[in-house]
Design a protein around this ligand. Structure first.
Ligand SMILES: Nc1ncnc2c1ncn2[C@@H]1O[C@H](COP(=O)(O)OP(=O)(O)O)[C@@H](O)[C@H]1O
Ligand SMILES: [Mg+2]
Length: 359
């Protein structure tokens, strides 16, 4: 029975499956290599690759699983209904994107799904050989501080913005922005931050500003959006080709949701590096390259984008507290991190957007 399989046994089983299913009928096959099991926050992954006709080719095996830094969740089996839902939603999105993601001169593609094994919740995608774009983004943003020359990062961000816009265009319809429901959700997030111990005075000032927007009438567009349009899910190879992965569940939503998610994840580019402690975020012009390319000449970002960016920042702030809560660190250190780095960082980011909101 599945339940008895350890991670190692499952790894062996899935490795055999990949070799039989994807590499078996290739007579020119050379040595096959198997990558180690990688444990992430929401998945366990590994790769299998080989050389076919002097070209490296591989399959990535991903088992979505809610792990969230908890050691006991690192055992893949048994799977929970949440784990299964994660995988099914993701696979459905990948298949949809393989048909509808724009194929064009921008050279921005979504990772290609090649199979799904329901029994083990395993998604198989074509392996790409590329590096994390956000690391390159950090390096260029740092270099720019000493050298004002424009860099290639702007071009990459433009390609991302333009391709996302083309994808959105195929399902776009005008709609009213239900501002009150968004404001309610944001207030809910604010209340949670207060309960975590974030300055009541600051949070109340946000709530006060938000309430002044109640009932205003704004129009925008609905379209197919991707939960996972995140700067850390962008990869770039030696030829400059861009690959995206992990789209998450697709949902009809305001088009600005995808933009706001990408913007918020870009603002926290230095999260996880020592430079976050300097409360750094990339220069604004990078974000502008992305947003300008998305809108083209016809439209400009507006209140909706601003408001949804604040909403995303509030969610990331709450997430930072949740993650710190899980970590087994001394409470003194946790308190210091919150008050000295996390809170000032998000306060500054949100203040900037609150000012933009009034324009
Ligand atoms: N098809 C693929 N080719 C190359 N690397 C991949 C592929 N799929 C996943 N990866 C690697 O595995 C990591 C985790 O994959 P991801 O789908 O983002 O999982 P999670 O849901 O846990 O974030 C990625 O950051 C990337 O390094
Ligand atoms: Mg990911």
């Amino acid at each position: 029975m599945n339940r008895e399989l350890t991670n190692k046994q499952l790894y062996n089983k899935l490795s055999d499956y990949v070799v039989d299913e994807f590499f078996a009928d290739n007579s020119s096959l050379k040595r096959i290599e198997f990558g180690p099991l990688e444990v992430n926050c929401f998945s366990i992954c590994f790769w299998v690759n080989t050389i076919i006709d002097s070209e490296k080719q591989g399959v990535y095996i991903k088992i979505p699983k809610v792990i969230l830094y908890k050691k006991e969740n690192e055992k893949i089996l048994p799977l929970s209904s949440d784990d299964r839902k994660l995988a099914e939603d993701e696979y459905r999105s990948l298949v949809h994107l393989s048909h509808y993601w724009p194929k064009n001169d921008m050279n921005v593609s979504f990772v290609k799904p090649v199979g799904f094994l329901k029994e083990y919740n395993a998604i198989f995608t074509e392996q790409f050989f590329a590096k994390h774009f956000f690391k390159m983004f950090r390096q260029f943003d740092l270099k720019r501080r000493f050298n004002s020359k424009p860099d290639n990062t702007h071009h990459i961000l433009s390609r991302l913005g333009k391709t996302l816009s083309r994808f959105h265009q195929t399902t776009i319809t005008e709609c009213k922005f239900d501002i009150n429901s968004i404001l309610n959700k944001m207030e809910g997030c604010c209340d949670e931050l207060k309960a975590f111990g974030v300055s009541e005075k600051f949070i109340n000032s946000i709530i006060f500003k938000l309430r002044t927007l109640k009932d205003i009438e704004i129009y925008t567009h609905h379209t197919n959006t991707l939960k996972g349009f995140d700067v850390r899910q962008v990869f770039i190879d030696k030829e400059g080709r861009i690959f995206l992965l992990d789209p998450g569940k697709m949902k009809t939503d305001y088009k600005e949701m995808d933009l706001a998610r990408f913007i918020a994840t870009s603002r926290i580019l230095y999260w996880g590096s020592m430079l976050f402690f300097l409360r750094m975020s990339p220069e604004k012009s990078y974000e502008e390259s992305f947003v300008k390319a998305y809108y083209g000449d016809n439209e400009k970002p507006d209140k909706v984008l601003c408001l949804l960016t604040i909403k995303e920042l509030l969610k990331h702030w709450r997430m930072a507290y949740t993650v710190l809560g899980i970590k087994q660190w001394p409470s003194l250190i946790k308190g210091l991190l919150k008050k000295t780095y996390i809170d000032p960082f998000y306060r500054r980011q949100i203040n900037v957007e609150l000012v933009n909101l009034e324009r």
